[in-house]
Design a protein around this ligand. Sequence first.
Ligand code: PMP
Length: 415
Amino acid sequence: MVKNLNNLRADFPVLDQTVNDEALVYLDNAATAQRPNQVIAALTHFYQTDNANVHRGVHSLAERATADYEQARRKVQTFINAAEPETVIFTKGTTDGLNLVASTYGEQNVAAGDEIVISIMEHHSNLIPWQQLAHRKNATLKYINLTADGQLDLDDAQAKITDRTKIVAVAHASNVMGTINPIKELARIAHNHGAIFVGDGAQAVPHMAVDVQDLDVDFYAFSGHKMMGPTGIGVLYGKRALLEAMPPYQFGGEMIGFVHQFDSTWAELPYKFEAGTQNIAGAVGLGAAVDYLTAVGMPTVQAHEHEIVNYLLPKLTEMPGVTVYGPQDPANHTGVIAFNLDGLHPHDVATALDMEGVAVRAGHHCAQPLMTYLGLTATARASFYLYNSVADADQLLVALTETKEFFNHGTVETK
Ligand code: PMP
């Protein structure tokens, strides 16, 4: 099945509504994407026909639910080109996956005097787990800086990553500026120094083809809800040898080999890291989202978002009173654009845009060290996905012009 970008909007009923008497233009995809009917149907179908707990039962429903769950794992495996399904661990999301690595691999392998290197553009989810690990271990946390236009400074990365570095953890794509980071190169530098590389794929996997073997990342985390899957499901990919050497993250049902009164052994991968009843329907829904994205084709998704950014970025940059943050080169950009309007708080901008039906986010975007680094407290952020169009970008531009008029003159010219 091949899906055509021109007619897929009909798959997303939520997009077909008015907000404040205006047609909705949903540009908050970096926070969460919308779900197509196919994902909603997969969830409904699972609950209506196959629902049971997995791996425990011998009855037919339990076997079907287990097959559905494991099939979803294999879909994800193919989608990110992991070598084996056992290296795909279902989590609650990116935050959960990164905490898992910090609390297991990090706890086991980082000691006093060691270094952990992250970048200044990290989301708090790929920052606080390492910051707190560094505190616990008396290790040093270092930040890779940015170039003037919001790209990761590779020279600074070369300087910061040393033989004392144990972990390098960087976002594949920034949730604020849309920067695509050279993580294959960062993984190579990390490996040259005997460190491991952890990729935060939350803003990359939904928007571009990701091949974890080609990138040679040691761990890579992402969330289902940003790629049109359900909330509460995500993935942690890890290299088998590392996962096998790591202690479990949580203890309880499903993750054991055998439990004795005073000691226990652990299950094989991936179950060692999937304690308790998992988000089974969530995994099934994520599998349906993977099917949907595969049918469109990730190069097509990326090219489409690129076309919108190529169109919008220069127009937004040239608009009087607008400051755009991050790379000016659309080639190194996802569909995420951060900006501010002179003299206006981004919350006011977002509220005014909502009056025009345009949904954007405003705030620090869970990246407070980046905001401080840029000398800001907050920005507005528009983020595009495969169901958005150049017409949506035009709607944003029109709504921004009206917002500026409203705040400058207290009125909006009638159309
Ligand atoms: N990292 C990045 C780059 C993100 O954009 C996000 C979500 N905004 C996260 C991590 C955290 O994802 P989640 O809240 O789904 O765990």
